[in-house]
Design a protein around this ligand. Sequence first.
Ligand code: G6P
Length: 612
Amino acid sequence: MCGIVGYVGNKQAYPILIKGLQRLEYRGYDSAGIAILNGVLNVYKRKGKVSELESFVKSKDVDGRIGIAHTRWATHGEPTDENAHPHSSQSKDLSIIHNGIIENYDVLRNELINRGYEFHSDTDTEVLIYLIEDIKKNEKVDLGEAIRIALNQVVGAYAIVVISKDEPDRLIAAKKGSPLVIGIGDDDFYIASDATPIVEYTKNVVYLDDEEVAYIQKGEKLKIKTIKNKDKTPYVTKLEMNLSQLEKGGFEHFMLKEIYEQPRSIRDSLRGRLNADKGIVSLGGIIDYEQKMVNANRIIIIACGTSWHAGLVGEYLFEDLARTPVEVEYASEFRYRNPVIYEDDIVIAISQSGETADTLAAIELAKSKGATIIGICNVVGSSIARATDAGSYTHAGPEIGVASTKAFTAQVTILCLMALRIAQLKGTLSKSRFRQILYELESIPEKVEKTLQVSKKVIEISEQYQNVRNFLYLGRGYNFPVALEGALKLKEISYIHAEGYPAAEMKHGPIALIDEEMPVVFIAPNRGIYEKVISNIQEVKARKGKVIAIVTEGDESVRKLADHVIEIPETEELLVPLLATIPLQKLSYHIAVMRGCNVDQPRNLAKSVTVE
Ligand code: G6P
């Protein structure tokens, strides 16, 4: 959460910083601010989105070739102008932007208050910049050294960039727990929470590691030290993303673009990893760990949010195909509940951003117990990707809409490939069944394309139900996680209360909610325990609920009962989640648009949750 950007070089900093903030707005949009140095250190900040900051600075002096900027997701202190970053030191000579949480800020704050400092915000960040200035003054060290010493006193997570009025060509950055990337241009440097603000200027980047401080001086080579004062050699990597992936490409919202990208993103997830004719499934990133996966007595999947839903599909896949027992855990629960972890456990961590703080902490815990960690991440070079022993990238491309869509189907695709590969090695599937699934998986991108054509029907349904207050989503087996994901998508972006449930559990509670006002979405393909789902539909109809059913093309039985049906192509039961999710994404999208909601940036949410 929170996006940070910095620039030092020969170009005007303001346009680079503002554009960077717009790219990072998915990380938080409670307030935004900027500090630009040009003799004087001008700091402007505003509650609200980046666009409000832009209007605010229109008539102001933004001239300068060095600066820092921030878009905030509030943790300590409400979203106000005062709490917005950058925060200045007491003398106003220094300014800082920060992503993360300083956990011992209260102790540090009290010490500084006792020494006569006065604070102007409720944030933990202001404490840090005061501390840095205090050390610089009292210990008579330069800024870089003061920052390094201060960070040794800090408990918590941070990605920071500091600018000083006295250093017109230098920024200092550091990180622990929150991400930070430094782009290296011909004669300038770009700093950001992820590579999206950097990619249009340079492809050469350095990802800082935890507890590293970067000394970024125009005209000099990048220098990195640990906070324990050990020199490090910067490791430059090449970015693979391109600019067009970061733009809307004619769609009204990123979310819609990303929904429509799914045939492509699933193809990219499968590319080079599946050959049905030859009976090959191969994930290069995990080859060295396959045998461990085969021998594992169990797999633990850890994730948060939508990625956790993908993990649930993964549980069904691994148990069904490879006969390996699986537990799926919310990373936030797992890390704090003293779980039993064995050395031969395989932990699969799933994360779109690769930065989710709880997932990272759960990985560290599992690592400390000797388990093997396999990652499924979308963002290349992200913290989780680097913290795992091995893994497979989803290759879905940058996902900008806060509500996850293409990342989910890409994660399910990778889980499917992994489960198939382990099943093949364990011999838990017959050769013919294995081939059959491979062929079907190969045809999924085309079927997703077909599924995307359901727009008219989905828009009609959205019009009819856009004003209801509650929705229920029901599914069984592989479609239970799909029901959870459908409900999550709706509540995230339209603010309609929605619950996902295993269809048969309905009679243990949610059935009490059903009346003629209540839309119930059934994921009811003609596979698995289809007849049982039909009985559940009948139970809803008997109580006058409105049924919206996702069915297999040509289905007649459900059609007779349901108020609305949305057809998806026929496929294997285990692959239905890849198709059934699509109309549910579109349903939530259209309802949210009709309700006038900000689809790409829903209130209170952020895409990359780097706080626990
Ligand atoms: C946030 C996002 C969700 C995402 C979840 C986990 O809540 O809004 O879309 O599913 O974090 O994020 P990760 O990046 O670890 O998949």
